[in-house]
Ligand binder design. Structure first.
Ligand SMILES: NC(=O)c1ccc[n+]([C@@H]2O[C@H](COP(=O)([O-])OP(=O)(O)OC[C@H]3O[C@@H](n4cnc5c(N)ncnc54)[C@H](OP(=O)(O)O)[C@@H]3O)[C@@H](O)[C@H]2O)c1
Length: 347
C-alpha cells in the first residue's frame, strides 16, 4: 500500500492519477471537509474510459499533518509514502499556519513514517527551498541555502520542511526529494500555481519582467513515481522543463484561453505600488489581497534553473510548457464552472 498526502492539490492529484494508471494500491490522506471533486474530474479528463474506475480505486482516509493519531492510522499497512501536502501562500497572515503545516507537519509525517518502518519516502519540496543563487548562475541541486531578507516566508518553510526530511534520512528513513519549479496543469484555480491561469483568463493587463522555471504537473508526477521505484535514495532533483518569462507564460495562457495577453509591463515601481494598493483594498473589503509584497517582488526576479541531474538519472524528456498551457486551458474550457468568480469547491 502507498500513502499520498496532498492528493486533492495540483501536484498530488496528478500523482494519484499516475499511480492509479500504473495499477498501484493507493491510500490518499484528505482533511475533514476537503474536496475530491476536481480529482475525479481530472481522472476522467485524462482517461474518459477508465478514469472513473481508477478514481474509485483510491482509498481516501481523513487526516491532517498536524494530527499524529490520524497519521499513525493512515500508515497502517503502508510501505511507501509520497508527501505532497503543504500550504502555498505569500500572504503575511498565513505565515504561522504555513510554518505549522509545512515544517511541523512534515516533521510529524517523517517521525511516524520512521516508527512504521516505511521503505521509501518521496518528498515534494520546491526550488524555493534551494535559496537564491549568485547572479548569472543557474539554480541546481548543489545550491546551499543562505538566510536572507529576500527569502519569502513560503521559501523558509519549504526549506524547513526539506530539512526535516534530510534529518529523517540521517536517522535511517530512505528518502528521495524533488524540487519542482512552477508547476503548470489543471488544478483548483483558487490556490497555488493554478491561480496563474485564472488571472490571465480574467483579463490581467500587466506582466512583470521576471523569469523562472516551469514544469508540467504530469511530468512532476511521472518523475516522482520513477524515482520512488528506482534505486535512487537520499538525493534531491530539480524538476523543470523550460525557463520562461512570466510574459511568455501569460501569452501562452492568453492564446489558449482566448483572453487578451497582458499588455503593460509592471516594473519594480509599479509592482511596489500595486501590492500596497492591494493591501489597502483588502483592509477595506476584508477580502484576501490578490497580490502580496512577496509575490510582487518575486515576479520581477530573473532566475534560471537546470534539469541536468534528473535528465542524467532518468533519461526523461520534459514536455514543453506550451503543451502544459494547452492541457490546462483545454481542461478549463471543458469545465468552465471552476473558473467562475463565485465558484467555491463544495465540501
Ligand atoms: N504548485 C507549484 O507551482 C509548486 C512548485 C514547487 C513545489 N510545489 C510543492 O508541491 C506540493 C504541492 O503543491 P500544490 O501546488 O499541489 O498545492 P495545492 O494545490 O495548494 O495543494 C495542497 C495540498 O495540501 C493539502 N494540505 C494542506 N494542509 C494540509 C494539512 N494540514 N494536512 C493534510 N493535508 C494538507 C491540501 O488539502 P486540502 O484539499 O484539504 O486543502 C492539498 O491537498 C507542495 O509541497 C508545494 O510546496 C508546488
Amino acid at each position: 500500500m502507498i500513502l499520498v498526502t496532498g492528493g486533492t492539490g495540483l501536484v498530488g492529484s496528478h500523482l494519484l492519477y499516475e499511480l492509479a494508471k500504473r495499477g498501484c494500491c493507493v491510500r490518499a490522506l484528505k482533511r475533514d471537509g476537503s474536496n475530491t471533486d476536481l480529482v475525479r474530474r481530472l481522472f476522467y479528463w485524462y482517461d474518459p474510459d477508465k478514469g472513473e474506475d481508477l478514481f474509485e480505486d483510491i482509498q481516501w482516509v481523513e487526516g491532517d499533518l498536524n494530527d499524529l493519531v490520524s497519521l499513525q492510522e493512515a500508515m497502517q499497512g503502508v510501505k511507501q509514502i509520497y508527501h505532497c501536502a503543504a500550504m502555498v501562500s505569500f500572504l503575511p497572515e498565513d505565515r504561522e499556519l504555513m510554518k505549522k503545516i509545512n515544517v511541523e507537519g512534515t516533521a510529524n509525517l517523517v517521525n511516524v513514517a520512521m516508527m512504521n518502518d516505511i521503505e521509501k519516502f518521496c518528498h515534494c519540496s520546491s526550488v524555493a527551498a534551494l535559496g537564491s543563487p549568485q547572479k548569472g548562475r543557474a539554480v541546481d541541486e548543489g545550491l546551499t541555502w543562505k538566510s536572507s531578507k529576500k527569502n519569502s516566508w513560503y521559501a523558509i518553510t519549504k526549506y524547513g520542511s526539506e530539512r526535516e526530511v534530510w534529518r529523517a534520512s540521517e536517522e535511517g528513513l530512505p528518502v528521495v526529494i524533488v524540487n519542482p519549479t512552477v508547476v503548470i496543469g489543471p488544478g483548483d484555480p483558487a490556490r497555488s500555481s493554478a491561480q496563474l491561469y485564472q488571472s490571465v483568463k480574467n483579463g490581467m493587463k500587466f506582466y512583470t519582467s521576471g523569469v523562472t522555471g516551469f514544469v508540467d504537473a504530469r511530468d512532476v508526477a511521472t518523475v516522482m513515481v520513477d524515482l520512488q521505484e528506482s534505486e535512487v535514495v537520499n538525493e534531491r532533483f530539480v524538476l523543470t522543463s523550460e525557463n520562461l518569462s512570466y510574459r511568455d507564460l501569460f501569452t501562452l495562457f492568453a492564446h489558449y484561453s482566448g483572453a487578451k495577453p497582458p499588455k503593460y509591463r509592471a516594473g519594480r515601481f509599479l509592482s511596489e505600488m500595486a501590492w500596497r494598493l492591494e493591501l489597502s483594498r483588502s483592509f477595506i473589503t476584508g477580502q484576501k489581497p490578490l497580490l502580496s509584497k512577496e509575490t510582487a517582488r518575486n515576479a520581477n526576479i530573473k532566475r534560471y534553473f537546470s534539469n541536468e541531474k534528473i535528465k542524467k538519472a532518468l533519461d526523461i524528456e520534459f514536455r514543453p510548457i506550451e503543451e502544459a498551457a494547452r492541457n490546462t486551458s483545454r481542461f478549463f474550457n471543458k469545465y468552465p464552472v471552476y473558473l467562475s468568480p463565485d465558484f467555491r469547491m463544495p465540501s
